[in-house]
Design a protein around this ligand. Structure first.
Ligand code: ATP
Ligand code: MG
Length: 208
């Protein structure tokens, strides 16, 4: 089973890392990959460069062998959409189940993703809670996903793609937006990000 958490990671924070660990342990996975995205067209520009976002991710997971960073979306010129990345992963991994992990905020906007329905031909979706957001879908997403929902994670191994699983995890109200805001107003972000990331950000005066 391949599990993927995509994000802008501008910067990575312990909210992301706990999502990864909670999913890893719940699904009893050996490995989980974090995929930093290139600049998507519908978002305002990232603050850190791609190289900086990647560096912080690498520092964050340096001593955690079950997490790996997959920088494929940063290595291509064009924007990679999730559907493209999952297509590549599918081509590499045969019939293995692939699970795409997203938070409730991302799930609410799923129908804005390019070819969002095609995602289900390529992967399962795991939706985790996020403080401040209800796990709710637009009408079209709710209709499309209602028959795909599974109640037990073991069912994720029965098919290689196509199901949706909602996982409750202890909420951590942490966002990159707030971290950038704190840093830019001279306030501390200590303990919201791993220490190595904190020190690196200090050294590079990132987001200040
Ligand atoms: P920004 O504020 O810049 O959007 P972010 O904190 O939302 O940053 P992203 O990189 O956008 O982080 O998030 C990547 C993925 O991780 C998304 O699917 C998002 O829902 C999820 N995620 C991020 N933070 C949390 C959190 N604290 N709890 C649960 N899920 C989270
Ligand atoms: Mg976000």
């Amino acid at each position: 089973m391949i599990a993927v958490l995509g994000g802008s990671f501008d910067p990575v924070h312990i909210g992301h890392l706990r999502v990864a660990i909670e999913v890893r342990d719940h699904l009893q996975l050996e490995q989980l990959r974090l995929i930093p995205c290139g600049q998507p067209p519908h978002r305002k520009p990232f603050v850190a460069t791609a190289a900086q976002r990647l560096r912080m991710l690498e520092l964050a997971i340096a001593d955690e062998s079950s997490l790996m960073v997959d920088d494929r979306e940063l290595r291509v010129e064009r924007t990679s959409y999730t559907v493209d990345t999952l297509t590549d992963l599918r081509a590499e991994s045969g019939q293995q189940p692939i699970c795409l992990i997203i938070g409730a905020d991302a799930f609410q906007q799923l129908d804005r993703w390019r070819q969002w329905m095609d995602l289900f031909a390529l992967a399962h979706l795991i939706v985790v809670q996020r403080p401040g957001y209800h796990i709710s879908a637009s009408a079209v997403v709710a209709k499309y996903t209602q028959t795909r929902r599974i109640q037990h994670y073991q069912q994720l191994t029965e098919n290689s793609a196509g199901n949706i699983y909602f996982l409750e995890i202890p909420p951590l109200e942490i966002s990159s937006t707030r971290i950038r805001m704190l840093a830019s107003t001279g306030k501390s972000i200590r303990y919201l990000v791993p220490d190595r990331v904190y020190h690196w950000m200090q050294e590079h005066q990132l987001y200040q």
